[in-house]
Structure formats: C-alpha cells, structure tokens
Design a protein around this ligand. Structure first.
Ligand SMILES: [Zn+2]
Length: 184
C-alpha cells in the first residue's frame, strides 16, 4: 500500500525493474491481477502471479517469492488452490465463509488468501500438528521439509482433519516423495 504513493504515474514504457508497484503493459495501461498459483518450495513459498491487460489482453506470468509479491497484486485475491478448497464446499458454507476469510486476511495486512491462511481462518489459528507428527517433520531433510509441510497441511485441510497426523505423513510420503517401503 505505501508503495503506491511512490508510483510515478507518468511513465509509459514497461517497467525495466521489478521494484515498481503493479505492472504496466506495453500499451501503457495497468495490468490487472488475474490469478495466483501457489508454488511451495524449499526456499520459502513462491507464487505464480498471472496478470492481464484489460486493453490489449496481453498476459504475463511472474513467479515471485510470496514476501515480494504484493506489488504485483492489485486487490485481494484467492490463490487457485485456496479457491479450489472453497469451491468444494456446499454453496451455503461458501457464502458464509468467504467474507470471514477475506476479513481475516485483510486484518493481517495480507492481500492473498492462500490455502494456509484459509485454513487458519477456518479454525481460528494455524494448522495443528500432532506432537509425534511434528517431531517426525523435524527429521525430514531440510530440502523437502517446506514442501512436505505445505502439502501435508493442505491435504489435512482438504479432508477436514483436526490435525496433521503421522498416518497422513506415511500416506503422503508414498504418494509424493517416493520414500515408501516400510508399509506393514
Ligand atoms: Zn495492453
């Protein structure tokens, strides 16, 4: 928000630097945020931010760290993944939940509803972990831990589980990380 005051509205060329507020199309108009995909990775969360020019329909996708993405997002947006979770709920639940989640995310000074924030808003706090599941996560190699954590929390939310369990970890390990082998 505070970046907007520094925006030079007179420039007409596309930005040569990524450190500007919002994107400007080659035709001189602002690009509007069209969608956001979550890209969990080992170096922190990344988002693919899709923008479109309303004038000439030029589209661009920009992969950026979640911490640096706000300048490229022009309003409160739900990531594709968070929207997918919402879409799978009964319509009356969606109607009740969406404004609550929007407000929760705004209150935190955020502009993007991610699956993690959606989950927090739903249960009034972060995704909970069983103690043994948490201990086990700490032994997962650092290179895949962030991705594993995001995937586990997402799946836990999708299934409406109260917390991330060791059983879920076993299941996803086989599905996503190809490290199964000790199944009984
Ligand atoms: Zn354009």
């Amino acid at each position: 928000m505070n970046d907007e005051s520094k925006t030079d509205a007179s420039f007409s060329a596309p930005p040569s630097s990524l450190r500007v507020s919002f994107l400007v199309c080659g035709c001189g108009r602002w690009m509007h945020t069209q969608g956001i995909e979550e890209r969990p990775g080992s170096g922190g969360d990344h988002w693919l931010v899709r923008s479109e020019c309303c004038g000439c329909r030029w589209r661009v996708g920009l992969e950026v760290g979640a911490a640096d993405a706000h300048p490229f997002i022009d309003r409160l947006m739900w990531t594709d993944e968070a929207r997918h979770l919402l879409d799978r709920m009964p319509p009356y639940v969606q109607a009740l939940m969406k404004p609550v989640v929007d407000e929760y995310v705004r209150d935190r000074g955020q502009r993007v509803v991610t699956t993690a924030l959606f989950g927090e808003a739903r249960r009034g706090g972060a995704v909970r972990w069983d103690a043994d599941a948490e201990a086990r996560l700490s032994r997962v190699p650092a290179s895949v831990r962030t991705m594993a954590k995001a995937e586990l929390e997402k799946t836990s939310l999708e299934r409406g589980q109260a917390s991330v369990t060791v059983a879920l970890m076993e299941e996803l390990k086989a599905r996503y990380f190809g490290m199964a082998g000790q199944k009984t």
